[in-house]
Design a protein around this ligand. Structure first.
Ligand code: BT5
Length: 236
């Protein structure tokens, strides 16, 4: 198991920020940072990530040859972990994990390149485990493992299973590349068959999702493929 060196904090601004700092200082691949709460947890594009005590806020340092598919790999690890806790979850491209349409977890990969090659990638994973309520702005969008199962979950046990799943998937990723992870995520894609609005920097495109491509893009009926998006929402 490469994830054996775990740095634990009662409180951090952001586990991703801390892990990036450690990685910059030469921390080994597999270094893990966990905080009970984050004061400045973030998602993509500087969006705030609500991180009270009760959730799992974790970042891992990886030093892979490439970054493609790593976010989806981490999402797959979260879905498999939730399955071990008897919760059926799906992946909402590009980086959310959802249960019955509500966001239970999010993934944020941040990388540092040296020239053409990857020096390190920090994969941050936030899972709503034992929260029972959410702030108003996300109340209708978010859920937690506790709310879904009606039972409190052993946070440390959840972390152990997640690190185990990540370890297995990452070994496979290193050995064979991202294709198998992407294929597995495509089978778990919440958006497939749905009419969505894909918001990009160039504007918003509506269409029905055909599925994920072999390289992890979101493909609409009609063939348009997105490799990144500001936001994807259901369209009616
Ligand atoms: C994400 O961003 O979904 C990636 C979140 C990654 C968080 C982890 S926690 C450990 C590590 N350290 C960090 O600082 N970050 C990582 P994005 O797709 O941009 O979604 C952000 C949006 O999700 C927000 O604008 C809210 O609408 C919503 N949101 C915020 N907190 C949430 C929560 N706890 N549960 C569900 N949705 C939330």
């Amino acid at each position: 198991m490469i994830f054996s060196q775990v740095h634990r904090f009662a409180e951090l601004d952001s586990t991703n920020r801390k892990a990036l700092e450690l990685a910059n200082q030469g921390a080994a691949e597999g270094t893990v940072v966990v905080a009970r709460t984050q004061t400045s947890g973030h998602g993509r594009k500087g969006r705030a990530w609500h991180s009270p005590v009760g959730g799992l806020w974790m970042s891992v340092v990886l030093r892979p040859p490439q970054v493609e598919g790593l976010t989806l790999m981490a999402s797959l690890a979260v879905v498999r972990t939730l399955a071990k806790f008897k919760v059926g979850a799906l992946v909402r491209w590009p980086n959310d994990i959802s249960v019955k349409g509500l966001k239970v977890a999010g993934v944020l990969a941040e990388s540092r390149l040296l020239g053409q090659s990857v020096d390190h990638v920090v994969v941050g994973i936030g899972v709503n485990v034992n929260q029972t309520e959410f702030p108003e702005d996300i109340r209708d969008l978010a859920t937690s493992l506790r709310l879904v199962t009606g039972r409190e979950c052993d946070l440390h046990g959840f972390e152990q299973v997640l690190l185990h799943e990540l370890d297995g998937l990452y070994h496979h990723y290193r050995a064979t590349g991202p294709a198998d992870c992407i294929r597995a995520v495509a089978e778990l894609s919440e958006l497939t068959g749905q009419r969505v609005a894909v918001e990009t920097e160039e504007g918003t495109v509506e269409g029905v999702v055909r599925g994920l491509t072999a390289t992890g893009g979101l493909e609409l009926e009609g063939g348009q493929v997105f490799y990144t998006a500001e936001r994807v929402r259901r369209a009616t």
